[in-house]
Design a protein around this ligand. Structure first.
Ligand code: FAD
Ligand code: MLT
Ligand code: ZN
Length: 506
């Protein structure tokens, strides 16, 4: 059985999994969101199962022990699928979708199931189409850095392969131990290094996808430049499994830097966070590879909630704000000198209260945990109301303070962290268990607040199920109409990941 286990301590995961939010206790999505309608899809029959067994063989057609596929990583949604298919090739995905299309069977494509918006799990009884077994690296061009691989390649394993050849993946996220490149592309994942290497719309060179009717769309190219016709791959990037199943990806991978350094900074006010951000851009310039922000509440959560073997000891406890700044370059003496000078001057100017500099791999890894493991730590509280908005930097932290005031003691934690270099705030609240009243006090007012400031209601996680009804806060009515037309054209029976991305038509 596949589980969405991130590379992290088993004891902490066990705590999360045995808390009130373990698989069995997660309310069915159809109950928690009673306004959802299943749609006029066919019911799965034993003939369908027999057909799939003939196609894939009995071992790759699962009908039992499906909790890990039906439930999301956050233990916040649970579908009722009775069938999981695990194809190994594009031809098998094509044959599966051809049958599903002819029979009008709904399908939920699934990669590592680390998505955070309820997009990767079925809502009702959609068939789960897992790409986990499609995990072959196909080729690496060591001149250009173009990597071609199957959709099920796990991000961290792919990066390790590239490391052996002097390259790296252009994206990195806390979910790297489980998320897959097909899932990354389908969610247009951002992550910790977007500030340096840009988004996937820039680095994906080509892709292959299977359309709803089983046709294979070949947009594979390993060229940086290809200006021929409409660039269809961009429609698939970020389409969250609603327009096609991504089966192969070609991605431009940068050279692995010779030296990486990292500083953790303690900062006394949000104004100083912004001033430090500007100072880092000027002082570190071309070697800046990541610039992340965390508030005290997120760090207390990491320090207090992760227990046992992987307890994280905070090197600078008790400060209101923190930043993680990473540099990556080609000459260690040059980079270290620049970073030490930045730290020294930052302290002299009293922007930075305290700092820790890490230059070796294990120190760097352990400091990154303070940022990367916040999502995991929050889950230990119980239910996580997770928001991922982009905002102009002058308004970045205001909403965290406002939410704290609005929600008072109806919640356990309210914290803010995120990719400040991309104007992307992760605002998170928790309660012991799901509370519909808390949710109603957050949504839709948070989305309205964000839209009024020109932000996006989903900066990088996508819309999935949980945010689809709020698309109108970030996209114009005309844009949504065109999206619906595209969906209808590419998936006329609506079998691909129904209930996701676009709101139900009234
Ligand atoms: P899944 O979760 O399985 O699927 C996500 C969506 O893509 C679903 O709608 C699914 O139907 C669709 N999908 C998956 N594979 C395919 C395919 N082959 N073809 C078509 N559709 C497909 N996201 C960020 O952007 N930045 C971050 O920094 C970040 N950090 C994270 C940290 C943690 C700890 C966790 C748990 C998640 C994080 N995420 C982040 C969210 C998540 O979007 C990413 O983890 C990742 O991109 C999802 O990949 P996946 O393989 O797990 O996809
Ligand atoms: C992150 O940047 O840590 C992820 O997007 C996950 C989260 O929002 O918690
Ligand atoms: Zn993020």
């Amino acid at each position: 059985m596949q589980h969405t286990v991130l590379k992290s301590c088993r004891q902490c995961l066990a705590r999360i999994h045995t808390s009130a939010t373990s698989f069995g206790n997660v309310e069915l999505t159809s109950k928690r969101y009673p306004h959802l309608r299943r749609g006029r899809f066919s019911q799965l029959t034993s003939d369908d199962v027999t057909h799939f067994r003939q196609l894939l063989g009995p071992d790759r057609v699962l009908t039992e022990d499906l909790d890990g596929y039906n439930t999301d990583w956050m233990r916040s949604v649970r579908g009722a699928s009775q069938l999981v298919l695990r194809p190994r090739s594009t031809a098998e995905v094509s044959a599966v979708l051809r049958h599903c299309s002819e029979r009008r069977l709904a399908v939920c494509p699934q990669g590592g199931n680390t998505g955070l918006v309820g997009g990767s799990t079925p809502v009702f009884d959609e068939i789960v189409l897992s790409t986990s077994l499609m995990n072959k690296i196909i080729a690496l061009d060591t001149n250009s850095g173009a990597l071609t691989c199957e959709a099920g390649c796990v991000l961290e394993a792919t990066d390790a392969y590239l490391a052996d050849h002097g390259f790296m993946m252009p994206l990195d996220l806390g979910a790297k131990g489980s998320c897959q490149i097909g899932g990354n592309v389908s969610t247009n994942a951002g992550g910790l290094r977007l500030v340096r290497y840009g988004g996937l719309h820039g680095s994906v060179l080509g892709l292959e996808a299977v359309m709803a009717d089983g046709q294979v769309l070949d947009c594979m190219s390993t060229m940086k430049k290809d200006n021929t016709g409409y660039d269809l791959k961009h429609l698939l990037i970020g389409s969250e499994g609603t327009l096609g199943v991504v089966t192969k990806v070609a991605i431009s991978c940068p050279r692995r830097p010779n030296c990486v350094n990292l500083v953790l900074l303690a900062v006394k006010s949000f104004e100083d966070v912004l001033a430090t951000y500007r100072f880092a851009q000027t002082q570190l310039g071309e070697i800046l590879s990541s610039i992340e922000f965390m508030d005290a509440a997120s760090q207390e959560c990491v320090s207090n909630n992760l227990q046992g073997g992987c307890r994280v000891t905070h090197p600078l406890p008790g400060h209101p704000f923190y930043m993680v700044i990473e540099t990556a370059g080609s000459r260690d003496t040059h980079d270290e000198e620049k970073l030490s000078l930045f730290l020294e001057e930052g302290m002299q100017r009293e922007l930075v209260i305290d700092g820790v500099l890490a230059t070796d791999t294990s120190q760097i890894k352990s400091l990154w945990q303070l940022r990367e493991r916040i999502a995991e730590a929050l889950l230990v509280d119980g239910y996580n109301y997770k928001y991922d908005i982009s905002l102009p930097l002058h308004a970045f932290y205001d909403i965290v303070t406002e939410m704290r005031q609005t929600l008072g003691d109806s919640i356990v934690t309210c914290c803010g962290y995120g990719h400040i270099g991309d104007g992307n705030l992760h605002l998170n609240m928790t309660s012991r268990e799901f509370d519909g009243d808390v949710l109603a006090r957050i949504e839709p007012s948070l989305y309205r607040w964000t839209a009024e400031r020109g932000g996006s209601i989903s900066a990088e996680h996508g819309l999935g199920l949980k945010k689809r009804d709020y698309i109108g806060y970030s996209k114009s009515p005309g844009a949504v109409v065109l999206m619906r037309q595209l969906k209808r054209m590419m998936d006329p029976h609506g079998i691909l990941n129904p209930h996701k991305v676009l709101p139900e038509e009234s």
